[in-house]
Structure formats: C-alpha cells, structure tokens
Write a protein that binds this ligand. Structure first.
Ligand code: HEC
Ligand code: HEC
Ligand code: HEC
Ligand code: HEC
Ligand code: HEC
Length: 248
C-alpha cells in the first residue's frame, strides 16, 4: 500500500506539535523579558538632567551627607530634592562661573526652582514612605543601587510589586540598625572598596555588596541581628504584606 503521508510529514507534524506547546511559553518569556528589560524600566540608564549633577563627586569624593541635600528623607515620606539655594551654599564660592552651573545660578537669581527629571517613581496607586524604611536601617542602595558611584543618576532597581514584597515577607534578611544607612557611605569614603570581613579596616561583606549595588540578604551575625530587630520593632509580616498597606 502506498504511504498516506510522506515520511517528512512526520517531522513537520512533530515540529507543529512542539510549536503549539512552546509557542505560548516563548511568547510569555519574550513578554516578561520586554517588561523587565531596561527598555521598559530604564534601570541602569543615566537620565539627562538640566545640570550634570554627580553623586559620585558630591556624596563620596567631597563626602557631603545625603541629608544635606535630601533634607527630609528621615522625617517624611518624601525625601525631597535640593533647592538651588543648597547648591549655591558652595557654588557661590566654588566653580562660580562654570557654564554647567548656569541653570543653578539662573534659578537662584530668578527664585524659580530648577526642574529635575524624575528618575525613580512608583505608580500613583502605590504608597511608598521613606521615613519608616530609613528608620529601619534599610540602605538607600538597597532600593537605588550604587548611588555613590553615579556620575549621572540612574534608576538602580525596578520597583515591581515583588521587589517590595520580597522584603516585606522576610524583613529580617534586610533590617539593620538605623545608623547603618549613613555608616555605609562614611565607610565607602574611608575604605574605598577594600574589604575586611571584621569591618575594622575595610568594608564588611554587607557593606561591600551594597556598595556594588548587589542584592544582599543578611547572613550569619547580620541575620541574627535582623531577627532581633524584627522583634524589637514589632514588625509583623502579616501586616506589611496586606494589600492595603501599599494600596490605600
Ligand atoms: C549636593 C547635593 C546632594 C547630595 C549630597 C546627595 N544628593 Fe541625591 N540628588 C541630588 C540632586 C540635585 C538630585 C536630582 C538630580 C539627579 O537625579 O541626579 C538627586 C537625586 C537623587 C536620587 C534620584 C531621585 C529621583 O529622581 O528619583 C536619589 C535616589 C538620590 N539622589 C539619593 C542620594 C543618596 C543616597 C545620597 C547620599 C549617598 C545623595 N543622594 C546625596 C543632590 C544630592
Ligand atoms: C558642600 C559644597 C557643595 C555643594 C552643596 C554642591 N557642590 Fe557642586 N561641587 C562642589 C565642588 C567642590 C565642586 C568641584 C570640585 C572639583 O571639580 O574637583 C563641584 C562641582 C560641581 C559641578 C561640576 C562643575 C564643572 O564645571 O565641572 C556641578 C555640575 C555641580 N557641582 C553641581 C552641583 C549642584 C547641582 C548642587 C546642588 C544640588 C551642588 N553642586 C552642590 C561642591 C559643592
Ligand atoms: C525601600 C526602598 C527605598 C529605600 C530604602 C530608599 N528609597 Fe528613595 N525611593 C524609593 C522609591 C520607591 C521611590 C519612588 C517614590 C515615589 O514615586 O513616590 C524613591 C524616590 C526617591 C527620591 C526621589 C524623590 C522625588 O521627589 O523625586 C529620592 C531623592 C530618594 N528616593 C532618595 C533616597 C535616599 C537618600 C535614601 C536613603 C536615605 C532612600 N531614597 C532610600 C525607594 C527607596
Ligand atoms: C529591603 C526591605 C524593604 C523593601 C525593599 C521595601 N520595604 Fe516597605 N517596609 C519594610 C519594613 C521593614 C517595614 C516595616 C517597618 C515597621 O513597621 O517597623 C516596611 C513598611 C512599609 C509600609 C508601612 C509603613 C507604615 O507606616 O506602617 C509601607 C506602605 C511600605 N513599606 C511600602 C513599601 C513599598 C511600596 C515598597 C516597594 C517600592 C517597599 N515598601 C519596599 C521594608 C522594606
Ligand atoms: C509592599 C507593597 C505592596 C503590597 C503589600 C502590595 N502591593 Fe500591589 N503593587 C505594589 C507596587 C510597587 C506595584 C507597582 C508595580 C509596577 O509598577 O510594576 C503594585 C502593583 C499592583 C497591581 C497592578 C498590576 C501589577 O502587578 O503591576 C495590582 C493589581 C496589585 N498591585 C494588587 C495587589 C494586591 C491584590 C495585593 C495584596 C495581596 C498587593 N497588591 C499588595 C506594591 C505592593
């Protein structure tokens, strides 16, 4: 009897069956890769600003405390951006005629705020307060990446819901004493990227990871401390994973 199908048809059928199964998976993977790529979230992409302000220069090389410019970061939900007056506290004396600083001088003289382009944001239906996170020792770098290395500021992390929840489900892996937030930058300034696991003459492994913008989960003594702090602050994961905490 003549063959009903050419042997090659078998291969074609197999490929078609395979495509039917993998097609949706591939589409999903491509879809989530697109939403998660820097194309969509702009993670790691320096954002052009009216003045090329460098955190590397000001926060580490000159050692200016974050709170000098982001004055409300410990006290209010919103850290705020510095007024031109704050810049002029130095730039009325240093680099006074740099063309790069002209927008700052103009804004100061005309008493019109300089409009910076916003790098980080969450959608309007999400509530994010800074003060409580900073008071719990969560490093700025945990959420903003290696800010002290940025010549031009870029977004360090994508604020997908799972990013917030991952910490809210197990905060002990991230908690630290409040002063740790500021200690990190003082130590980076002092030690550069020299590491000393004891932290006596270099960065601790936790500081090093955060300085590099890596994702660090407390281990060893840090984790023991994290668990203690969680109890001390009466943090209940059931409470902070409740939808209404972030979506009022
Ligand atoms: C001398 C002033 C100054 C200091 C000190 C400073 N910043 Fe900034 N920061 C700015 C200015 C101006 C902007 C807005 C322009 C930009 O995005 O670069 C900014 C922007 C930011 C942003 C992005 C804001 C957005 O639009 O989402 C983050 C995050 C940030 N700073 C964190 C820090 C941290 C952390 C420190 C301490 C290590 C720090 N800053 C120290 C002036 C400062
Ligand atoms: C505590 C003092 C201080 C403050 C506050 C400060 N700066 Fe500076 N800034 C400096 C110094 C010092 C330099 C230059 C040093 C060098 O080049 O080595 C500098 C350099 C700069 C430069 C580079 C200028 C050039 O021509 O290369 C820019 C741009 C700048 N600052 C922007 C700002 C802005 C914007 C603010 C406010 C958000 C600000 N600075 C606040 C001290 C300060
Ligand atoms: C737990 C995560 C987290 C930590 C820790 C954190 N931030 Fe933020 N930051 C965010 C998010 C999320 C936004 C966007 C907020 C919004 O859209 O309302 C933001 C926005 C900002 C902005 C922009 C505000 C504006 O008005 O444009 C600045 C400046 C900033 N953060 C500075 C800091 C500094 C300085 C620290 C450390 C002292 C810090 N952040 C710690 C998550 C964090
Ligand atoms: C690295 C850890 C960490 C990350 C990341 C984080 N949080 Fe939190 N957040 C905490 C901790 C810890 C608390 C509980 C503080 C307490 O109650 O003492 C908290 C509390 C809160 C609260 C409750 C504040 C209050 O007044 O009770 C809100 C709202 C919140 N976080 C929103 C967010 C959002 C939105 C994100 C993501 C953009 C986020 N958090 C990311 C650690 C984190
Ligand atoms: C710790 C803070 C936090 C908690 C708790 C939280 N969310 Fe969200 N949620 C977010 C953030 C941040 C986004 C924005 C994500 C983005 O821009 O991609 C978001 C986005 C969403 C969205 C929009 C779709 C999406 O995924 O972007 C929905 C729907 C949503 N949340 C529902 C919920 C529900 C239901 C719960 C409770 C089971 C919940 N959320 C708990 C922070 C939170």
């Amino acid at each position: 009897m003549a063959q009903l199908f050419h042997p090659a048809a078998n291969t074609v059928a197999r490929v078609m069956v395979l495509c039917a199964f993998t097609g949706p998976i591939v589409a999903l993977l491509v879809g989530s890769a697109i939403t998660r790529s820097s194309f969509n979230t702009n993670v790691g992409v320096p954002l052009a600003q009216p003045v090329p302000f460098s955190h590397e220069h000001h926060a580490v090389e000159l050692g200016i405390d974050c709170r000098y410019c982001h004055t409300d970061v410990e006290r209010s939900p919103n850290p705020g951006l510095p007024s031109s007056e704050i810049c002029m506290s130095c730039h009325s004396q240093i680099w006074t005629d740099s063309p790069l600083l002209k927008p700052v001088r103009d804004s100061y003289r005309e008493n019109k705020p300089l409009v910076w382009n916003q790098v980080n944001w969450v959608p309007r239906f999400v509530y994010f307060p800074h003060d409580i996170h900073v008071a719990r020792g969560i490093s700025c770098n945990n959420c903003h990446g290696p800010i002290q290395k940025m010549m031009i500021t870029y977004k360090g992390k994508a604020f997908f819901m799972v990013f917030c929840l991952n910490c809210h489900r197990q905060p002990e892996k991230f908690l630290a004493p409040p002063q740790f937030v500021w200690q990190l930058y003082q130590d980076i300034q002092r030690y550069g990227d020299r590491v000393d696991p004891t932290g006596k003459d270099g960065l601790t492994p936790r500081e090093y990871a955060l300085a590099e913008g890596k994702y660090y989960e407390n281990q060893g003594a840090d984790l023991v401390e994290g668990e203690r702090l969680k109890k001390e602050y009466h943090i209940h994961t059931v409470q902070i994973t409740n939808c209404s905490v972030c979506h009022h």
